[in-house]
Design a protein around this ligand. Structure first.
Ligand SMILES: O=C(O)CCC(=O)C(=O)O
Ligand SMILES: [Fe+2]
Length: 202
């Protein structure tokens, strides 16, 4: 519990939190190597907008590619991260009673020029995505490389004050999915991450 305390306090106070070096350097590098290998092997799909039969490829909205994490094909590095997230889920539930039930997530790649326009993560007509959790996997990221996460810090507001989060290796961001408008600024170099959601009752 103790190492998740600052995250829980942030969520309680403001609904979002940013942690540098959430994993050990070896764990983050391991995931970074895996995401790049899977990308080279062509295991990613164009990301869509919407759900189920309403899923559409909308290049004007988002231009990233994704590969869902699957229990049956989980690697050691992925398993270590998912275990860590499950502790976080339990710690948050214990302190904040959010009723987070499980996690779904995918690797994401934003090739040069890719972006994701401002949006909320909770699907219309659905309450199941309660908290967004993103881990960045870019060991060489430098100012000028783009791909920052721009998150509006006033719940429910599409404009107003914002934070710009650099997608550096090991930085983890989490926020309440239904409250915070956010976007990914155009990447100037290939940008890798794991994005996922703690879900509640559908
Ligand atoms: O990668 C990020 O910084 C945000 C991604 C995102 O907003 C999403 O996949 O819904
Ligand atoms: Fe999002």
């Amino acid at each position: 519990m103790s190492n998740h305390r600052p995250i829980i306090d942030d969520i309680h106070r403001q609904g979002w939190s940013v942690t540098r070096d959430y994993l050990s350097s070896a764990e983050s590098h391991g995931l970074s190597d895996e995401v790049r290998a899977a990308w080279q092997e062509g295991e990613f799909r164009r990301a869509g907008v919407g759900r189920g039969k309403d899923l559409k490829i909308r290049e004007d909205v988002r231009k990233d590619h994704v590969m869902w994490l699957q229990e049956s094909e989980i690697t050691n590095c992925q398993n270590a991260y998912l275990k860590r997230l499950d502790r976080l889920r339990q710690d948050i539930n214990q302190s904040l009673f959010l009723g987070l039930l499980d996690f779904e997530g995918h690797f994401a790649i934003y090739p040069e020029g890719a972006f994701y326009k401002p949006h909320l993560d909770r699907h219309r007509l659905s309450m199941d995505r309660l908290m967004t959790v993103i881990l960045y996997l870019n060991p060489d990221w430098q100012p000028g490389d783009g791909g920052e996460l721009k998150i509006r810090t006033t719940p429910g507001c599409e404009d107003g004050p914002f934070e710009l989060i650099e997608p550096r290796l090991g930085t983890m961001v989490c926020f309440l999915s239904g409250d915070f408008w956010h976007e990914v600024l155009p990447a100037k170099k290939t940008r890798a991450s794991i994005t996922g959601w703690f879900r509640g009752r559908p």
